[in-house]
Design a binder for this molecule. Structure first.
Ligand SMILES: Nc1ncnc2c1ncn2[C@@H]1O[C@H](COP(=O)(O)OP(=O)(O)OP(=O)(O)O)[C@@H](O)[C@H]1O
Length: 248
């Protein structure tokens, strides 16, 4: 699913947080949004679902204004996991994942099978009967991503999905997102993982996209210095693999 953010401006607390963002995901690819704390990454993503409202600009989903879709219809097209995973209710993991089923447009497979597959793919089938409130931050993260997968949408938007995960689970999740054949848009802070896994990157700073392209194009040394005030760059190693080097 193509999602196009066109000239998005957002004001919050009397301040202009987004100052005309143009961003378009890449279908069938893993697209990363990168930028320092507070540059507006989450604010941009939240506009997709009306959690924050642009004062100017337009969001197109499959070429049509996002406002022309009913919430359930949008949920059948885009699965979303935000940063905030607070849950006040004592649901089991299985019940949380089942919540994703309500949006499902494809009913060719039984609900139980869809739920179990989502939990299995995210490596949390063994947690199915545990209370969501009893889980660690990382386990809870996986449960909410499994819920998004159970929605059956072909597009996922995940705000810092690797947050709370240990390094093995970060790699497990990114491998999954890369292999799942969905269109995936993620916010990610780790420049090394972003370089290795993302097909395309948007680099944001102070409410704007200031560079975009392959990781090697977007994360060149001057840009990295400008945005993060560190010395570093994405590069390709002798095996043709993309990596990010920091010069400390
Ligand atoms: N409801 C709000 N009222 C006022 N300011 C807000 C509100 N929500 C967010 N902001 C501010 O907007 C700016 C952008 O926030 P946002 O969460 O989009 O940043 P981010 O790039 O996702 O940061 P991080 O990497 O820390 O998650 C921040 O300065 C934040 O304090």
């Amino acid at each position: 699913m193509k999602i196009q953010y066109q000239d998005i401006h957002v004001r919050l607390g009397g301040k202009e947080i987004l100052k005309g963002v143009d961003l378009e995901n890449r279908e069938g690819c893993l697209t990363g949004i990168i930028g320092p704390n507070g540059c507006g990454k989450s604010t941009l993503i939240k506009t997709t679902f009306g959690i924050t409202t642009p004062s100017q600009g337009e969001i197109l989903v499959d070429g049509k204004p996002v406002s022309s879709y009913k919430p359930k219809q949008l949920a059948s097209m885009i699965g979303y996991v935000g940063q905030d995973m607070a849950s006040v209710f004592d649901f089991t993991v299985q019940e949380v994942v089942a919540m994703g089923l309500y949006a499902r447009a494809d009913h060719s497979r039984p609900d139980r099978e869809v739920m179990e597959l989502a939990m299995e793919e995210l490596g949390i089938l063994h947690l199915r009967d545990r209370s969501i409130l009893s889980l660690s931050g990382g386990e809870r993260k996986m449960a909410f991503i499994a819920r998004a997968v159970a929605q059956g949408a072909d597009t996922l938007i995940l705000d810092e999905p690797t947050n709370h995960l240990d390094i093995r689970h970060q790699l497990f999740l990114l491998d999954y997102l890369k292999a799942c054949k969905k269109t995936v848009l993620i916010v990610i802070h780790d420049l090394r993982l972003a370089t290795h896994y993302c097909d395309y990157i948007f680099l944001m700073n102070e409410g704007k996209v200031i560079a975009q392209g392959t990781p090697i194009e977007a994360l060149n040394r001057p840009r990295v210095k400008q945005v993060f005030d560190i010395e570093g760059e994405a590069y390709q190693n002798e095996n043709g693999e993309k990596d990010f080097a920091m010069f400390l």
